[in-house]
Design a protein around this ligand. Structure first.
Ligand SMILES: [Zn+2]
Length: 456
């Protein structure tokens, strides 16, 4: 049973759904993919277009054994390999979306509000439906298939306050072999009926989900505070205690997205120096903490992020759509803060990482700064993997990593093709691709060497 108005059968994800449920769940013993391989060996410098951290190997074979990358070579590997020749196409590591809300696919592209009104008008009613296990299961499957159909193979995800919604996401990700970090939302005040928990039941639910899913296959648990206003000080303290008890847990929340929200937090927590300080005081900031937005932080806040190792998930599409503000990316880099990029659907208007990065470029342009394609793509692949302490598993083509890999057309349609033909150097070409492409360019998505989406 579902109350969704976005049937899976009408979306381009139906092909990947079919693959997910088919027998195509075991990686081929030896798979070789040929195309233009692009990844990063380190973090590119801000605003540098000829950066040595960029590794471009056109017309090369990516060799995968039992789901793991074992090498890259120019020569055809021969008969002993299942070969797929995608010559003239771009091959990238699968994208990592570090902040996205699965139930909010149902409210993407909703008109006319800023953050706090948007939550009350659109988001909370959509999330309430996820207390129904059937809705949660159908929604989790539809959401993950949609990620795969956009070239995103790993994600840090918000379900809803309901335990069953986190459970459904874990099971759906395990069925697809995906790297997924999630946890039930903690929210015990300032939310409508049907969307609040309480400290003790929430703690029991978290401990049970951690025991059964954290570090199972490619799953990990994130202590998930929606944002400071919707948790009591007692619940925030409980969340901090969970993190201190197990440093392998992730933490996700929102911070300093919108000025009205920042003012509200200041009234609710007068003892805190800043919004970020509310989290720091209870021990929620650590190297596995992922904080979305961070638009209205100051230099002291950025120093706290750097000291604790907590990272920012920058959500440019959402920030523009909700009119939240312009994130200062270089200021965070200068302070030594890790920054990844995220769709923040449904505040963001697309699951496409290219569209997110294109908006990211525009946000920096409005601040008089320029984001290279290298900084954007690194933040969505190797940079995100390193920030999440997952770079031994994904985000690049080094031997030993799991083959989370996507194949893309360089161009879709005559305008993009014409622009590609005129590109004078690699950065110009990749920047045009980042700006003009989207999920329609996606040919296939592999998760640990298994095709989980194919366009045809
Ligand atoms: Zn969000």
């Amino acid at each position: 049973m579902t109350s969704s108005s976005f049937p899976a059968s009408a979306s381009s994800s139906s092909a990947s759904s079919a693959l997910s449920r088919s027998a195509a769940s075991a990686a081929p013993a030896r798979l070789a993919l040929k195309g233009d391989l692009l990844d990063f060996t380190a973090a590119p410098a801000w605003a540098r277009v000829d950066d040595p951290a960029v590794r471009f190997r056109p017309g090369h074979w990516l060799l995968i054994e039992q789901g793991r990358i074992v090498g890259v070579q120019a020569d055809d590997p021969g008969e002993g390999w299942q070969r797929e020749d995608h010559s003239g196409r771009l091959i990238l590591p699968g994208f990592v979306d570090t902040h996205v809300h699965s139930p909010q696919l149902d409210v993407i592209a909703s008109y006319g509000t800023e953050l706090l009104d948007w939550l009350n008008t659109y988001t909370f009613p959509a999330e309430r439906r996820y207390q129904d296990p059937d809705v949660a299961q159908e929604g989790a499957a539809r959401f993950l298939d949609a990620l795969l159909a956009h070239g995103t193979t790993a994600a840090v995800v918000y379900p809803t306050v309901h335990k069953v919604s986190a459970e459904a996401l874990f099971e759906a990700a395990a069925a697809r072999g995906m790297r997924l970090i999630t946890g039930k939302i903690l929210m015990d005040r300032h939310a409508p009926d049907g969307l609040r928990d309480d400290v003790h039941q929430a703690e029991r639910d978290c401990l049970d989900l951690i025991a059964r899913h954290h570090r199972r296959e490619r799953l990990a648990y994130a202590v998930t505070v929606r944002f400071a206003p919707t948790s009591t000080p007692e619940q925030l303290a409980m969340a901090g205690a969970l993190c201190r008890a197990d440093p392998t847990l992730y933490m996700q929340t929102h911070v300093a997205e919108n000025r009205s929200e920042v003012d509200w937090v200041a009234r609710l927590f007068p003892e805190a120096r800043s919004y970020l300080d509310v989290y720091d005081r209870v021990g929620l900031l650590h190297p596995r903490a992922v904080l979305a937005h961070g638009i209205w932080l100051d230099e002291t806040d950025r120093a706290v992020l750097a000291r604790t190792g907590a990272q920012i998930a920058h959500c440019p599409s959402s920030n523009l759509f909700l009119g939240s503000g312009l994130f200062d990316w270089p200021a965070h880099l200068a302070a030594g803060v890790a920054v990844s990029v995220a769709s923040d659907v449904g505040g963001g208007t697309s699951l496409s990482t290219q569209r997110t990065l294109s908006d990211g470029y525009k946000v920096q342009a409005l601040k008089g700064q320029r984001m290279t394609a290298w900084c954007g793509l690194h933040a969505a692949t190797r940079g995100a993997a390193e920030a999440l302490d997952l770079s031994s598993e994904l985000g690049h083509f080094d031997p030993g990593t799991l083959a989370d890999v996507c194949i893309w057309d360089w161009a879709s349609g005559p305008v993009a093709q014409g622009r590609m033909d005129l590109a004078r150097d690699l950065h110009e070409r990749v920047f045009a691709w980042m700006t003009l492409s989207d999920e329609r360019n996606l040919v296939a998505s592999y998760v640990a060497g298994v095709a989980r989406f194919r366009r045809d």
